[in-house]
Design a protein around this ligand. Structure first.
Ligand SMILES: *Cc1c(COP(=O)(O)O)cnc(C)c1O
Length: 415
């Protein structure tokens, strides 16, 4: 009988998310009342008609002898890589189509990229952040060090010269906080990576929301001020907007949030040809890894993704992004007007400091019982999230408005 990977025993149990789901179900069963679910980080608006029509056409092609296709091009079809190159170029960022790899999503790539690195490497993670980064590195047995994201730095940690790390994960805009780095701040990370010979894995899954973001929280201190007020503070959408990033950074992105592809599955990763570790090309190592382990994303889905990037597709995607961000604004303003301090603003989440001195777990119970609202306790994303709470704005406008009304009532009434 084989031995199981011992590292799996070190994984945090997924208590929090199972526990909250169970509590919601028990509450609904007991009271017969429907809970407003603002805990889930999944899109709710459908695919664009541009993407749907392209996938229908592609399915038809697959059903005809003349246009049928088997295994696709290794890095993904050139038509999609070219469309992604243009998506960057439209924002003034130059990326070579040869450096783009199509994937079935950002989560797989964020996890799989760690395969390239030895288990003796030290990984640096922001705290709080998307939990998958920690999990995969625990599974691989790597040492993890944390960079605290908190009120003092506006939830945007800066590199510490005294911390040694080989692999740095950055998520901007951040899930769960919605904080996003401006070029000046990312420059510090790029400088750190070059100096320490570290590689940055940059998760840009929420970059499309940046143009629709930017909030001003009058009750927060300077770190929480509206960064959009000052042009140079406006967050960047790609790490490649920072000079030198092509020597130290891999960018992972996804169609999930910006084109409603969470159930359709497509993402992409950029590994610049200039990125080398001890003189080995990281791009070549990744190509080798993928050729052994991955046979690509379906032709139909790649055609859908291409269409999502077309002018018509983008118009629909942008309308959806604006819709979610307006939901976030509605929820956030309701919290703020009841005196709750909120942070972030560049992802469709509201990151709120729990009122009444509560922890995230206590605030969860309070909102569930008093307002029939379910969100996510911040502790699920890291130690520094303990006293915070994430509301997801991937909901309908009706839900956002109802949540805003209930939050007002319950918060003004107090404990
Ligand atoms: C949702 C999300 C993703 C997207 O993952 P996919 O596998 O592409 O669906 C990636 N990173 C973060 C931080 C996310 O929240």
């Amino acid at each position: 009988m084989p031995n199981l990977n011992k590292n799996y025993e070190k994984l945090r149990k997924n208590y929090l998310f199972t526990e909250t789901a169970k509590k919601i179900a028990v509450f609904e069963e007991r009271t017969g009342r429907k809970v407003l679910r603002l805990g889930i980080g999944d899109v709710t608006l459908p695919l664009s008609s541009a993407a749907v029509n392209a996938m229908k056409r592609a399915a038809e092609e697959m059903g005809r002898k003349e246009t049928f296709r088997g295994y696709g091009e290794e890095q993904g079809y050139a038509f999609l890589r070219e469309a992604i190159k243009k998506y960057y170029a439209d924002r003034g960022v130059s990326v070579s189509a040869n450096d783009i790899f199509i994937s079935d999503g950002a989560k797989s790539d964020c996890a799989n990229l760690s395969d390239l690195f030895d288990e003796n490497n030290t990984v640096l993670l922001p705290d709080p952040v998307y939990p998958a980064y920690a999990d995969v590195n625990v599974m691989a047995g790597r040492k993890i060090v944390y960079a605290a994201a908190d009120e003092s730095n506006g939830f945007l940690p800066e590199p510490d010269e005294n911390t040694r790390a080989d692999i740095v994960y950055l998520c901007s805009p951040n899930n769960p906080t919605g904080a996003a780095y401006a070029a000046e701040e990312l420059e510090k990370w790029v400088r750190y990576a070059i100096q320490k010979k570290a590689v940055i894995l940059y998760d840009a899954a929420y970059e499309c929301f940046i143009p629709f973001g930017g909030f001003f929280d009058k009750s927060a201190d300077d770190a929480g001020k509206n960064r959009a007020e000052n042009g140079k503070d406006f967050p960047v959408r790609s790490i490649y907007e920072v000079p030198g990033a092509d020597q130290c950074a891999i960018e992972v992105c996804s169609f999930s949030k910006f084109a409603s592809f969470t159930g359709t599955r497509c993402g992409f990763t950029v590994i610049p040809a200039a990125l080398r570790c001890k003189n080995v090309s990281v791009k070549e190592a990744w190509t080798r890894r993928q050729s052994a382990r991955f046979n690509g994303v379906s032709y139909i889905v790649q055609r859908g993704a291409e269409a999502a990037l077309s002018e018509a597709g983008m118009a629909e995607n942008e309308r959806n992004a604006a819709y979610y961000m307006q939901n976030a604004r509605i929820i956030r303003e309701s919290l703020q007007s009841a005196g709750v301090v909120c942070y972030g603003g560049y992802a469709p989440y509201v990151w709120a400091k729990c009122p009444f001195g509560m922890t995230g777990g206590e605030f969860f119970a309070f909102l569930l019982n008093r307002a029939q609202i379910a969100g996510t306790p911040g502790g699920g994303f890291g130690k520094n999230g303990e006293n915070y709470f994430r509301f997801s704005a991937f909901c309908s406008r009706e839900s956002a408005l109802l949540a805003a009304e209930r939050l007002q009532n319950v918060l003004n009434r107090g404990v």
